[in-house]
Design a protein around this ligand. Structure first.
Ligand SMILES: NC(=O)c1ccc[n+]([C@@H]2O[C@H](COP(=O)([O-])OP(=O)(O)OC[C@H]3O[C@@H](n4cnc5c(N)ncnc54)[C@H](O)[C@@H]3O)[C@@H](O)[C@H]2O)c1
Ligand SMILES: [Zn+2]
Ligand SMILES: [Zn+2]
Length: 369
């Protein structure tokens, strides 16, 4: 049976989210119908709307969903009706990288999650009066009261887990924390600098406080985010409005440079800084997603001293293992997500997007009554 629901439709580039009645397809064998309880907004959703990410429109995005399973397709094994779930990215499960435990580097990641707007076979998951809408965003398109979600996107959590707090684990938090804990794994006493303190960057700060890094340097343009970073465990902060970031980082490290840098702004100018300040053998992790086809020049000889630049998707995590680990850290009080989140009723999605854009809210989470 098809499901009627209310979704936030992006009609065209820069248009406001429009709450419209849509129809979800019946679950295919590997799909799950979920009643959403909360959905986090990530910068990537807003990048679709602003045209930075060329997802086809009109369509429905949303990729930090949390909710309760209502129905499952015939082959679904991970979850059953009534289960509480968090939704993350999807992957094919059979390509060499999926098989090797790196589903974020699935050979089909872009069409399945970001750019396709349909299932792998080209069929649509959402329509409106017989006209298809683009959806299947991260296998979920969860900016809606109900979502049809790939089984591989879903992670089951306990029925008493606070879904409205945990929703952002599916993308932003997993990405920032996973970059530090799964990929960089800082050496004891090393220095790590995070450029950009949105949901992703602050999750990287939280990840760094759980690691062996000895210096955690937080950089942003918004003073309140710098203070929050300190409260979360940053040992130093740099206000990029009033300081030359490269010079400040070189001074802080007595001219040696930083061991690990994380670019979480999406700015190519900032990425260039994050490369320039690397110490020999240092690694720059690129998370921020600028306009398609952006390029950044770098001094080739500078890289020859063992420096690396690595692009990272979703913290290179396996959601079914990493997300429960993050939930546990949250329960222990070691991943204080509450400090980043502000809740908005679904109907106020435009306000949530504007507040994120203006920098007054770090991680908006929409709730459905
Ligand atoms: N690779 C991935 O898997 C992945 C996953 C999620 C998000 N992203 C991308 O990561 C980026 C960050 O996402 P977010 O949701 O945290 O975004 P956000 O907009 O909430 O945060 C960006 C932060 O960067 C700061 N900033 C902007 N320009 C700056 C500058 N010149 N110097 C210092 N700070 C600056 C802003 O003040 C803001 O605090 C986006 O580009 C997003 O699309 C990538
Ligand atoms: Zn794959
Ligand atoms: Zn995201």
């Amino acid at each position: 049976m098809k499901t009627k629901t209310l979704a936030a439709v992006v009609r065209e580039k820069d248009a406001p989210f429009s709450l419209e009645e849509v129809e979800l397809d019946e679950p295919r064998p590997n799909e799950v119908l979920v009643r959403m309880v909360a959905t986090g907004l990530c910068h990537t959703d807003l990048s679709v709307r602003s045209g930075v990410i060329p997802f086809p429109l009109p369509g429905v995005v949303g990729h930090e969903g949390a909710g309760v399973v209502e129905a499952v397709g015939s082959a679904v094994q991970r979850v059953k009706p009534g289960d509480h779930v968090l939704a993350s990215f999807t992957s094919c499960g059979s390509c060499p990288n999926c098989q090797a435990g790196h589903p974020a580097y699935c050979f089909s990641f872009l069409p399945l999650n970001l750019l396709g707007g349909t299932r792998a076979d080209g069929s649509h998951t959402i329509e409106q009066k017989g006209t298809p809408l683009k959806a299947h965003f991260f296998g979920q398109s969860s900016l809606a009261r109900h979502a049809l979600i790939d089984e591989r996107s879903l992670v089951k959590v306990n029925s008493d887990a606070p879904l409205e707090m945990l929703a952002p684990l599916g993308c932003g938090i997993q990405t920032g924390a996973g970059t530090v804990l799964n990929v960089l794994r800082p050496a004891p006493g090393s220095s790590l600098a995070v450029f950009g303190l949105g949901g992703v960057g602050l999750a990287a700060i939280m990840g760094a406080t759980l690691s062996a890094a000895g210096r955690i340097i937080a950089i942003d343009l918004v003073p309140s985010r710098l203070s929050l970073a300190r409260e979360l465990g940053a040992t130093e902060t740099i206000d990029a409005r009033s300081s030359d970031t490269v010079q400040a980082l070189m001074e802080l490290t007595a001219g040696q440079g930083v061991n690990y840098t994380i670019e979480a702004t999406g700015s190519t100018r900032v990425l260039s800084q994050a490369i320039q300040v690397l110490a020999p053998l240092g690694t720059c992790a690129v998370i921020g997603a600028p306009q398609a086809s952006s390029t950044v020049p770098f001094d080739v000889n500078f890289l020859l001293n063992g420096r690396r630049i690595i692009g990272i998707t979703e913290g290179d995590s396996q959601p079914e293992h990493f997300i429960p680990a993050l939930v546990r850290l949250y329960e222990l009080g070691r991943l204080p997500l509450d400090r980043l989140i502000r809740h908005y009723p679904f109907e106020q999605i435009e306000q949530a997007a504007n507040d994120a854009h203006r920098g007054t809210t770090i991680k908006p989470v929409l709730t459905y009554s």
